[in-house]
Design a binder for this molecule. Structure first.
Ligand SMILES: Nc1ncnc2c1ncn2[C@@H]1O[C@H](COP(=O)(O)OP(=O)(O)O)[C@@H](O)[C@H]1O
Ligand SMILES: [Mg+2]
Length: 645
């Protein structure tokens, strides 16, 4: 106890100390001195957010050490922003577009006067992206504001117009914007126009405290006026002060609040056009009307709006909206289509939630495959599962060759891929359902998750043909895919030192194939005896991937040529180096233990030797991430579905 309370105290003390070094308070005159030393302090909102995004670093996607990523982006350059990297997966291009918007807006390009609009299907991460930007502001350095200003405005607004040129020259900054009606009034009445005396403070961005971050939810039909955006006049004060006295103003609308930072419009096109006009004026003219007769108020804020595609299409179809359309930068936020990244999304959501259960190997992969299959557009070039794997940067082997399909071309052939399909939320719901349906164990696995997905698909409100297709993915495509995975997994658990055995098959294959191709002999590694290349052995491997007869000769040459080239490039070669051969070797190993796996797994009673083998296999699976509940489930599943008699 003692120890803990000390560290709590320390923590609080440290935090407070850090906080106090970041806060500042003084008169406007002092602020000017501060600026002289550090002229970058008075940043406009877009500039500030751009700094937030690039502060943690940028790198090119090609610097990744994941070979799949390298293969996918081999002739593209995509910038990766560390700011988003740990939380957003597979939507690199969207993130780069967002960053580009801020970059050009920070340079006061046209974008600084346009709305950033995120458009995408439900659960594609739009709200999370906006939240991330908001959190970025909250964690950024505090900003300077006129103390007591309802809009936390930039103190430089205090400089009278006729002196601005001179001040700008002295400070090396540009001064933009004018005092709000409240500050103008106070400057006159409280400070007798002595603006150098006006107090300046630092303010920390906070969504909850409504400092620099404003949020506009879709409009409440009972509240159709724009006070939500621009504030209102306090009716109770109208008796005290004359009309036109700024003391009656409550500048607490979302845009007032978002001054200096950002304003988020949720499901923006559900709002009345009147709202949208205020939104557009705020970005385009950088002013909003003050309630009542108080003229216009300068604002400096990033407006970020989001909604789904249907709302966007509806809005776009209405010709009266043309003027607004011109002022919107549309960034599409599609669903992710890369398997490896989809898995990371669920890992992230699970990590951040109260979901506490064992997740069996391949569970999230199978669920993710379903999500991605539902999002893919069909192509004449290959089936959807192949497309999924190609999009994931995998090599797909067919008839002994890696498929030569250009991923970029596949992508270019699509129309709106990623803009529809199963959402992340649907999948999370299925994971929850699988868990609550599992009475035997606190565990989800590919089997109960697939089951949950099937049930949910049956109940979901979907067009008949879509439902049929989804069920086909689940009951056929993924069923087969999972059985493949499972058989490989069980083989690995059965085969003592799988890796070594695979390598040894590989070495042997190479020796014999090389001798065969070069018409030489094979030197036995142990006896040094010279032997004829063993064609029977070569064939036993090749037939695993349906290379038979005259095709064998060509295959052997390709293998040797490929591996020669690879080793000349300095790469270490292994059984994994050449995808078709890897597949053949793995299948060979599978066949070699197929009979015994089948007998032992299916057996109701096992003799002593069988029991020992079985137990070793189970131990291996347990070591590879299965729990005592799911190991039973998957083995039962294997017994019932694999190795059909
Ligand atoms: N590409 C992605 N990378 C990381 N997380 C994602 C991605 N797409 C969706 N998510 C997650 O899915 C969940 C739903 O996203 P959300 O932002 O609410 O979607 P939207 O607002 O577009 O409906 C969130 O937990 C979000 O973080
Ligand atoms: Mg949302």
């Amino acid at each position: 106890m003692e120890k803990n309370s000390v560290s709590f105290e320390q923590l609080i003390r440290d935090d407070r100390a850090a906080h106090s070094t970041r806060t500042w308070q003084g008169r406007f005159l002092d602020y000017l001195e501060l600026l002289k030393a550090d002229p970058i302090l008075p940043k406009l909102a877009h500039h500030r957010l751009h700094d937030v995004i690039v502060k943690s670093g940028v790198h090119d996607i090609k610097t990744s050490d994941d070979s799949r990523v390298k293969r996918l982006f081999k002739d593209e350059s995509v910038k990766i922003y560390n700011f988003f990297e740990d939380e957003f997966f597979g939507i690199e291009k969207t993130l780069a577009q967002i960053a580009r918007y801020f970059q050009s807006a920070a340079l006061k390009g046209e974008e600084s006067r346009q709305v950033l609009y995120l458009m995408g299907p439900v659960g594609s991460g739009k709200s999370s992206l906006v939240e991330k930007l908001q959190r970025g502001l909250e964690e950024a350095d505090p900003f300077f504001a006129i103390d007591g200003c309802p809009m936390n405005e930039e103190p430089l607004h205090l400089i009278p117009r006729h002196l601005r040129r001179e001040f700008e020259k002295m400070l090396g900054v540009h001064v933009e914007g004018d005092l709000c009606p409240v500050c103008r009034f106070r400057l006159k009445e409280e400070f007798g126009e002595r603006y150098e005396e006006v107090p300046v403070v630092t303010r920390q961005f906070s969504k909850r405290n409504r400092v620099g971050i404003g949020v506009v939810p879709p409009v409440d039909p009972n509240n159709q006026d724009t006070s939500v955006l621009v504030g209102s006049e306090d009716i109770s004060k109208l008796d005290l002060y004359s009309e036109g006295d700024p003391r009656v103003l409550d500048l607490n609308g979302a845009i007032n609040v978002g001054n200096r930072g950002m304003v988020e419009f949720i499901e923006v096109f559900k709002n009345e056009t009147e709202y949208l006009h205020a939104m557009i004026t705020a970005t385009q003219e950088k002013v909003i009307p003050a309630p009542g007769r108080h003229g216009m108020v300068y604002v400096d804020t990033v407006i970020v709006a989001h909604s789904n595609e249907a709302e966007w299409q509806k809005f776009k179809a209405d010709h009266t909206n043309e003027a607004i359309l011109d002022r919107i930068v549309v960034v599409k936020v599609p669903y992710n289509l890369r398997l490896s990244e989809e898995v990371k999304i669920y890992q992230k959501i699970i990590r951040n939630s109260d979901f506490r259960a064992h997740v069996a190997p391949h569970t999230l992969e199978i669920a993710s495959m379903f999500a991605i299959l539902s999002r893919l557009e069909p192509t004449t070039k290959c089936d959807l599962m192949t497309k999924l794997k190609l999009y994931n940067g995998e090599e797909v082997v067919e008839k002994g060759k890696t498929k030569k399909i250009d991923v970029r071309e596949l992508r270019d052939d699509t129309k709106r891929e990623g803009m529809s399909g199963i959402s992340t939320r649907f999948i999370m719901k299925a994971l929850d359902n699988a868990l609550s349906d599992n009475i035997e164990g606190n565990c989800i696995n590919p089997i109960n998750v697939r089951e949950a997905l099937i049930n949910m698909t049956k109940e979901a409100d979907l067009p008949d043909d879509t439902r049929k297709q989804y069920l086909d993915f689940l009951q056929d495509v993924l069923h087969k895919e999972y059985l493949d995975v499972l058989e490989k997994e069980i083989t690995k658990a059965f085969v003592y030192s799988y890796q070594e055995q695979a390598e040894s098959l590989f070495q042997n294959y190479l020796d014999h194939a090389e001798a065969y191709v070069n018409k030489t002999k094979v030197k036995d590694r142990n006896t040094k005896e010279e032997l004829q290349p063993d064609e029977g052995f070569l064939k036993s491997i090749e037939e695993q991937i349906a290379i038979i007869g005259s095709a064998a000769e060509g295959f052997r040459q390709e293998v040797i040529a490929y591996l020669w080239a690879a080793s000349r490039r300095g790469g270490r070669i292994s059984y994994r180096s050449y995808e078709p051969l890897k597949e053949a070797i793995e299948k060979k190993l599978m066949t070699s233990v197929r009979d015994i796996s089948r007998i032992i797994t299916k057996a109701r009673t096992r003799d002593e030797e069988q029991s020992e083998k079985y137990n070793t296999m189970v131990q291996n699976l347990l070591q590879h991430g299965y729990c005592t509940n799911c190991v039973d489930v998957v083995l039962k599943y294997a017994a019932n579905n694999l190795w059909k008699d």
